[in-house]
Design a protein around this ligand. Structure first.
Ligand code: ME8
Length: 529
């Protein structure tokens, strides 16, 4: 994690505040799973964490969606927001704050913020002419459009011509300050490819952007001019701040920014990078508020190599996926199979194969067969072995010794797939070790000391793997820990304490003679429908 972090004692992280134009998408699930994994990893280290997500409910897109569905906007928002909350629950996401932009407390925060920026002299009335993409809720430059005035992100929809009076935010006057920020805080935008995109965009010169709309009721009125409503993006970004209020606190910026602010990490997809890496820091500078430590823009998911879209009819329903395969399976697949930051693909055959290979076979079987041998040869408890007595060059010990530190680094870098790969490499080495050391032969030969050392090494490696995987597959990790005789619940929000964490990430933590639990498969094989 950025060592210059201003906010070392607590950790606050956000997902985008998702539009309620539709039920949750596999893309929203992807970002939220990743954010949950980061939050869980911080909690494991004993840090107080605030994980923020929520729904973006204002603007033309939502108003039109509600109309098309024959619902009042608020009624529509209430319905869809529930779907998001329910999916997060099913995916075992630990949300600390679910913010909705139609909450009156949010309106108070937006108005106070607007006022500050207004007093700073950064807002003025002007004429906005241009092409507007309602699906993006964004004005597009002519040169960025496809033929027939279509938005590259929504090619089935035409952009709309607008010529109206709007309030503008003086983004242009933040050009120098933003460039200074990217230079002083090179980790502010990640990964590197996204940072380069932003640098190049900013170097072409920043234009002021409009932050109000006329002829649109479904939004927050502009305080000095209620004929206008606040632009949905200006409103939505501020939901991050609203989300930091405690339930009984008065909705003021001072209260909201007292404990968890500034944010350690905004996790987003690459589609909304400019809003987070350019507009948002400029807005915060204008309001005199500190900036987040980092913004990470991950890649986009495709299905079987194709863009996911309703028009193509290849939408993946996350609710369906989780109900068929379980939360750990979905969480594991997306983080293990796709390099975070790059685009990645979902393919159901590969999904099933990965889960069976890694979780059912490599991890699950290793634990199961080792526990059975321990029952048979050592009598129902962890072998009577001190980790220190195992040779330094023992294959598993030497691999396990450095694993904790390497995996911490990978989680800090959001290199989830690398973290999984490193952990699974210890597990695979464990399987090979059992085959090569053949404990059953050692038993027949009466080599009890060696036998117990071999079995200890394997059990300890499975334990370490389960601990390090716990932010990703907490249910499986719970089952492994239970079978190893521990009483830890990785789903308990306050699971971690920093001293416990440093002990647990060391190979050799498992105590000799600890009573073991019942052996049972920790992950049931999955099958294609
Ligand atoms: O943009 N692959 O909301 P949104 C990966 N309300 N991630 C994807 C994806 C895909 N195919 N599709 C969507 C908004 N996402 C605004 C945000 S924040 C103050 C306001 C994810 O519902 C990804 O995180 O359109 C992307 O940035 C986000 O969903 C867009 O969500």
């Amino acid at each position: 994690m950025d060592s210059s972090a201003t906010n070392q004692k607590t950790f606050s992280i956000t997902t985008p505040i998702y539009y309620v134009n539709d039920v949750p998408h596999i893309g929203s699930a992807y970002t939220t799973i990743a954010a949950d994994v980061v939050a869980r990893f911080q909690r494991l280290q004993g840090k107080p964490v605030r994980m923020v997500t929520g729904t973006d409910e204002h603007g033309q897109k939502i108003q039109r969606t509600a109309e098309a569905a024959g619902r009042l906007p608020q009624e529509h928002c209430d319905l869809i927001a529930k779907e998001f909350e329910s999916l997060w629950h099913q995916l075992n996401i630990q949300v600390d704050s679910f913010v909705r932009t139609t909450n009156p407390r949010h309106e108070a925060i937006v108005k106070e913020f607007f006022q500050r920026v207004w007093e700073r002299g950064d807002i003025y009335l002007g004429q906005q002419q241009g092409w507007y993409c309602v699906s993006c809720e964004e004005f597009k430059e002519e040169r960025d459009l496809l033929e027939g005035h279509r938005c590259p992100l929504h090619p089935n929809k035409e952009v709309e011509w607008r010529d109206e009076q709007n309030y503008f935010f003086r983004l242009s006057s933040y050009q120098g300050k933003l460039e200074q920020l990217y230079q002083d805080q090179p980790d502010f935008i990640q990964p590197e490819s996204r940072r380069n995109e932003v640098l190049s965009f900013v170097s072409r010169g920043l234009q002021d952007f409009s932050i109000s709309r006329v002829n649109l009721d479904w939004g927050i009125p502009v305080p000095p001019d209620p004929n206008h409503t606040i632009y949905v993006w200006f409103d939505a970004l501020l939901a991050y701040i609203t989300a930091l209020l405690e339930p009984d606190q008065e909705a003021t910026l001072a209260n909201a920014t007292a404990k968890w602010y500034p944010f350690n990490l905004h996790l987003i997809g690459k589609d909304i990078l400019r809003f987070h890496a350019v507009y948002w820091p400029a807005m915060l500078m204008s309001a005199g508020l500190p900036l987040p430590d980092r913004v990470f823009g991950h890649g986009f998911l495709t299905k079987d190599g194709q863009k996911i879209s309703k028009t193509l009819g290849n939408v993946i329903d996350p609710v369906d996926l989780v109900s068929r395969y379980g939360s750990d399976a979905v969480r594991y697949y997306f983080l293990k199979e796709i390099e975070f930051g790059r685009d990645g693909d979902f393919n159901e055959t590969r999904f099933v194969n990965t889960l069976n290979a890694d979780l059912a076979n490599d991890l699950g079987n290793l634990l199961n067969r080792t526990l059975k041998m321990v029952q048979k040869y050592c009598g129902g408890h962890v072998p009577n072995v001190q980790a220190a007595d195992i040779a330094m060059d023992d294959v598993l010990r030497s691999k396990g010794e450095h694993l904790g530190q390497q995996v911490i680094q990978a989680y800090d870098d959001l290199a989830f797939s690398q973290a999984c790969e490193m952990i699974m490499s210890l597990v695979r080495a464990g399987n090979k070790y059992v085959d090569e050391q053949a404990p059953w032969t050692l038993f027949k030969q009466g080599k009890q000391v060696e036998l117990e050392q071999v079995l200890y090494s394997v059990l300890e490696s499975v334990r370490l793997a389960a601990y390090l995987l716990s932010p990703i597959v907490p249910t499986i990790s719970n089952a492994v820990y239970q079978q190893l005789g521990f009483a830890i619940d990785f789903n308990h929000a306050a699971v971690g304490q920093s001293d416990d964490f440093s002990a647990q990430i060391r190979w050799g933590f498992l105590s000799a003679m600890q009573a073991l639990g019942e052996a049972a498969p920790v992950f049931q094989r999955v099958e294609l429908p």
